[in-house]
Write a protein that binds this ligand. Structure first.
Ligand code: GLN
Length: 394
């Protein structure tokens, strides 16, 4: 009864879809799928309304509306110090998810290998499979989730075409430090591999400013910087993302992008341009975003710890990992099921691992939520006994 092709059948339904459905079924507070339950800022919404009213109703230039590619080039140029050519180096996509798919589809030949650092975002391995590549998955061990040379080196070979790198990291909340970035960069240079650098949480940082791996020596020419509007402007449903890469790699990305979506929605590209221009002229929105997220992070950490969970303190992103084994559960899936029935949805982080080499220890909670949502979650968590849930869930 399942007509899905062999390439995709192993991936089943995305865990985000499953958990959001269970959240609705059980009327649970949804701390699972990572989307803000509050609206983005008025200056971005107004820009989209203006764009629609001005008649931007047709396809944009395939690789991006000129105002959008210019704004993205300037915005990323500011944080990296690069002079970015908007015509030759920027591609606007339907969210960063499409940028990842377009990069892999445009760059991989059948059998090319792509290194993934598990836990890794679920679309990475699925897109590698769709592109006919082979994922070489390296498992980082919690609770440190540190990249070491020996661990990563074992996954590289002359067949390596690319590595997917993500910092700030979903789901661990880690911002890989200079030494770890240097390991990734040095292996990429040694094996002549491309770094696909997913930087969608670049504005949500607590430990220090985000610095793109593309800024390391010899890395600009082999890095694709992947970004989006969704997280920074709390508009995950707008699906405006981008890929920034040297011209030869951009050519590969565009060759796939033109046949995937042709172009991202035109009025939303114009709104993205206005949003980025706005924060470049006046960064106070970004400062406030970080302040708000720090308060949300600390609130959810407090709530989870009061409930009895041992948690990792995220350095960036809007996710917290909690240790379910220490809390007495059999594994993360059992914990997620027990918690959603008791009224709080989360994401079992085993969905971010190679099924053959998984880690059942972690449950991911999202804190991109309103204070009242968090209070609701707190009330429900306070009413549960983790020990009772754990024995019932086993
Ligand atoms: N990026 C979001 C998360 O990690 C989910 C996006 C999606 O549902 N595909 O929760």
């Amino acid at each position: 009864m399942d007509a899905t092709c062999d390439r995709l059948r192993p991936f089943g339904e995305s865990i985000f879809t499953t958990m959001s459905r269970l959240a609705v079924e059980h009327k649970a507070v949804n701390l699972g799928q990572g989307f803000p339950d509050f609206d983005g800022p008025d200056f971005v919404k107004d820009a989209a309304k203006r764009a629609i009213d001005s008649g931007l109703g047709q396809y944009a230039r395939a690789f991006g509306l000129p105002s959008a590619t210019r704004a993205i080039a300037k915005y990323t140029g500011k944080s990296t110090g690069f002079e970015i050519d908007p015509d030759a180096e920027v591609t606007v996509t339907a969210g960063c998810t499409e940028a990842i798919a377009a990069a892999l589809l445009g760059l991989l030949n059948p059998g090319d290998e792509v290194v993934l650092l598990d836990p890794s975002y679920d679309s990475y391995s699925a897109c590698v499979a769709m592109a006919g590549g082979i994922a070489r998955r390296v498992r980082l061990s919690g609770p440190e989730f540190r990249i070491t040379d020996s661990l990563l080196r074992s996954a590289f070979s002359k067949r390596t075409r690319a590595i997917l790198f993500n910092s700030p990291h979903n789901p661990t909340g880690r911002m890989f430090d200079e030494g770890e970035c240097a390991i990734v960069a040095s292996l990429a240079r040694e094996f002549n591999a491309i770094v696909l650098s997913d930087e969608v949480y670049d504005a949500i940082t607590f430990a220090r400013e985000h610095r793109s791996i593309a800024t390391l020596p010899g890395m600009r020419e082999r890095t694709v910087i992947l970004g989006s509007l969704g997280k920074t402007f709390s508009m995950t449903g707008w699906k405006v993302g981008w890929a920034i890469a040297p011209p030869s790699i951009t050519k590969a990305i565009r060759s796939a992008h033109q046949f995937l979506t042709f172009c991202a929605p035109t009025p939303l590209q114009q709104a993205a341009a206005d949003a980025l221009d706005h924060v470049m002229a006046d960064p106070s929105y970004l400062v406030q975003l970080r302040t708000d997220y720090l308060a949300r992070r600390d609130a959810l950490l407090g709530i989870l710890r009061d409930t009895g969970f041992e948690c990792l303190e995220p350095e960036g992103s809007y996710f917290i990992l909690a240790d379910v084994i220490a809390a007495g559960f059999k594994d993360d899936v059992a914990a997620a099921k027990a918690l959603v029935r008791a009224g709080v949805a989360s994401i079992p982080a085993s969905a971010f691992y190679d099924p053959a080499n998984s880690d059942p220890r972690w449950l991911r909670f999202a804190f991109c939520k309103r204070p009242e949502t968090m209070r609701d979650a707190q009330t429900r968590l306070q009413a549960m006994s983790l020990a009772a849930l754990a024995s019932g869930g086993n």
